[in-house]
Design a protein around this ligand. Structure first.
Ligand SMILES: [Fe+2]
Length: 387
């Protein structure tokens, strides 16, 4: 690609070619004007060069040939809405399905593993084809389902995505999905208030709750599942420093499925609202987990999670030091820990119709003032009519 210094770009001009931030990320398509806002952003983000497939040539407003009425940012908005709607529809179907199998198990203790495997394959396909939307787990609603159903569903999606990132073959992803979907099934044998209600209060209740790993293991053992599936269920509360349960296993003895489910499960538990506390935002939940590396969670798998969601998980809103609001919209193939952001409002809180895209990295991430909490993000979207 051809590299051009940013200071050669002229504000209020158009260009004959698409301008890229790097080889993957489009900054400015041909039908959009290079505005002062975009120039300011490039400066703010210390971006000194842009890239294009051919030599740049500026075009003045009056010399432009008419372009399609839909600007690419509007197209991107429509795509965003479509992607979000499809992912939510898929996720709602998964919740309904998990609710049905949990209810049937509670009523007649039956689990049909063949049907479950087919559902897990559908989830794997969705994660492979539509990851940017389905992985916005923190902002997906509960659709009136109880915590055990939403938690098991979200954790399964996340575990499979981690397995995918670790390049597991299809059969191993299916096994991981089954193990994760049923990691809390033993809870259904305990009083519901302990896991869906106010939680375990007394020491005796906490002890009773901690038996769920063994109960889940026993339930799965009656089915024709592999050892990996069983260990994932049994060991999802074991911890690297041997402080977990039920066997107080040290890190090197905990199964790979147990480690993955532990991380997905803990992350979801942190971001979820419970009757006795509000959920944390996804960014701070990830930071919390990173602080525990080596003590609680497996180092390599935590890194996979951070690379998967990025430190500013897809879909989250951030307020910049200058007051503008931006949203994390995509992965950055060059800097896996940091996402690609899109600026949504100006510094004076007006919503931008053409929303510039920029990269976040170690150097400029300090310009992020704060991550909006889930309720702040919902309020912001409502107030500004953001898709
Ligand atoms: Fe659990």
């Amino acid at each position: 690609m051809i590299k051009t210094p940013v200071n050669q770009l002229k504000v209020n001009y158009y260009y004959n070619v698409d301008l890229y931030l790097d080889k993957n990320f489009l900054l400015l398509p041909v039908d959009l004007q290079y505005t002062q806002d975009i120039a300011d952003n490039l400066k703010r983000w210390n971006i000194t060069h842009i890239y294009s497939h051919n030599e740049l040539q500026e075009i003045a407003e009056e010399d432009r040939v008419a372009t399609p009425s839909l600007t690419s940012s509007i197209t991107a908005g429509v795509e965003e809405q479509k992607g979000k709607e499809n992912a939510e529809k898929f996720y709602k179907k998964c919740l309904d399905y998990v609710n049905t199998i949990f209810r049937d198990f509670k009523n007649n203790e039956k689990l049909n593993l063949n049907v479950v495997s087919d559902k897990i394959k559908e989830i794997i396909k969705e994660i492979k084809t539509n990851p940017t939307y389905i992985l916005r787990l923190a902002s997906l609603p509960a659709y009136d389902h109880n915590y055990n159903v939403t938690h098991s569903t979200k954790t399964t999606i996340l575990s499979i995505a981690i397995g995918e990132k670790m390049k597991f073959p299809q059969h191993k992803l299916v096994e991981l999905g089954i193990s994760c979907l049923f990691h809390e099934i033993g809870l259904l044998k305990l009083p519901e208030r302990l896991y869906n209600g106010s939680g375990a209060q007394t020491e005796e209740e906490k002890k009773s709750l901690s038996t769920h790993t063994i109960l889940s293991f026993r339930i799965l053992k009656t089915l024709n599942v592999s050892r990996d599936v069983l260990l994932g269920v049994l060991e999802h509360h074991e911890r690297e420093d041997a402080s977990g349960y039920p066997q107080k296993l040290p890190g090197q003895k905990i199964s790979q499925f147990g480690k993955i489910i532990a991380i997905a499960c803990s992350f979801d538990a942190q971001i979820s609202d419970r009757p006795f506390r509000k959920g944390k935002d996804a960014h701070n939940s990830l930071l919390n987990m990173m602080k525990q590396i080596g003590r609680t969670y497996d180092d390599k798998i935590i890194r996979q999670l951070v690379n998967l969601l990025t430190l500013y998980p897809l879909g989250c809103y951030v307020q910049m030091e200058n007051g503008s609001i931006a949203r994390s919209i995509n992965y950055n193939s060059d800097k896996q820990t940091y996402p690609i952001m899109q600026q949504i409002t100006t510094t004076s809180n007006s919503v931008l119709s053409e929303r510039p895209i920029f990269s976040i990295n170690e150097e400029n991430s300090s310009q992020i003032k704060k991550v909006l909490s889930f309720s702040e993000a919902v309020e912001f979207e409502k107030q500004y009519g953001i898709v």
